[in-house]
Design a protein around this ligand. Structure first.
Ligand code: A2P
Length: 317
């Protein structure tokens, strides 16, 4: 079954509403990642979501080259490829070069979507995680976003956006933007539903993409996959908990990136477009206790700019 697409507000590009997350945790050999790309395309994925800091751009690029060489898709245009700017390159003069490096890694001429990974800048240096406490720098909304706009104008990416931005930070960015962000990629799942942020983004024409839709890389050992409430809904429908969580996200009117490098689970995660949750299911899911999976603690520092996670997330629930 073909994956539905959603038109982004700028750049004339349509995004498949479900993509494959390319952040294996723990890391896997490049060959495994490349093979996952081939299997994903085989079962129907067309949207791949990587980032400089995932260190999978090269392997994804190898996979894409092989997909094209083997004629598994008609052309590059049938794929939707996202990558993300790492914080150490979050400075106006480093952004176009950083995107060019990503394109080189991916062996592509353009991205479909380039995102600011975090609303945080780090000391200019080769990408490394985590950022050391003394290496955080002030984030220049105006200069950084102008450079992102330049990336789009140069044709290096069809669309630009952000990740891990709160409503407050989106407002700061929109205050000087001439091209509004097309996407805000944030954690969304039944245990961190983000209703207000999603609503806000809708009013601004910004598409939300859910990361960690199954509750993150612990897969099977977290609030989403172990929720009895989700298990009950899944059992009653003859679906899996993962499918219920993904369908729930899709029914919020948002897009999703989900990571599995296992062919059966990849396929399972695509099989969410020919059935529905009921209003009662939504009602029940809305009662699930809320907590972030990704706390953001690694983006705080006693030296600032964000000393606490409350400051990073602007106290927004
Ligand atoms: P695996 O790659 O072995 O399938 P998220 O996308 O929320 O970060 O979750 C990713 C985690 O969930 C991975 O550990 C992945 O493991 C696991 N996962 C992905 N799809 C499924 C599924 N359909 N059923 C169970 N676990 C899944």
């Amino acid at each position: 079954m073909a994956i539905p697409t959603i038109r982004l507000n700028h750049g004339g590009v349509s995004m498949p509403v479900l993509g494959l997350g390319m952040a294996p945790n723990p890391a896997v050999p490049d060959e495994v990642t490349k093979n996952a790309v081939l299997e994903a395309v085989e079962v129907g994925y067309r949207h791949f979501d990587t980032a400089t800091i995932y260190f999978t751009e090269n392997a994804l690029g190898e996979g894409i080259s092989e997909v094209l060489n083997r004629g598994m898709v008609g052309s590059r245009e049938e794929l939707f490829i996202t990558s993300k700017l790492w914080c150490s390159d979050g400075h106006a003069d480093l952004i176009v070069p950083a995107l060019k490096t990503s394109l080189q890694n991916l062996k592509l001429e353009y991205l479909d979507l380039y995102l600011i990974h975090w609303p945080v800048s780090g000391k200019p240096m080769p990408p490394a995680y985590p950022i050391q406490p003394e290496d955080f720098r002030p984030f220049d909304y105006k200069g950084v976003w102008a450079a992102m706009e330049e990336c789009q104008k140069l044709g290096l990416t069809k669309a630009i956006g952000v990740s891990n931005f709160t409503r407050k930070k989106l407002e700061l960015l929109l205050a000087t933007a001439t091209i509004p962000p097309a996407v805000n990629q944030v954690e969304v799942n039944p245990t961190w539903q983000q209703k207000e942020l999603i609503e806000f983004c809708k009013t601004k024409g910004i598409v939300v993409t859910a990361y960690s839709p199954l509750g993150g890389p612990l897969g099977g050992h977290n609030g989403v996959m172990e929720s009895n409430l989700l298990k009950e809904i899944a059992n009653a429908k003859g679906k899996t908990v993962a499918q219920v969580a993904l369908r729930w996200a899709y029914e919020q009117g948002i897009t999703v990136v989900v990571k599995s490098f296992n062919k059966d689970r990849m396929k399972q995660n695509l099989e969410i477009f020919d059935w529905e949750l009921t209003p009662e299911d939504h009602e029940k899911i809305s009662t699930i206790p809320q907590a972030r999976t990704c706390s953001g603690l690694d983006y705080t520092s006693p030296f600032g700019p964000f000393r606490t996670v409350e400051e990073l997330w602007d106290g927004e629930a």
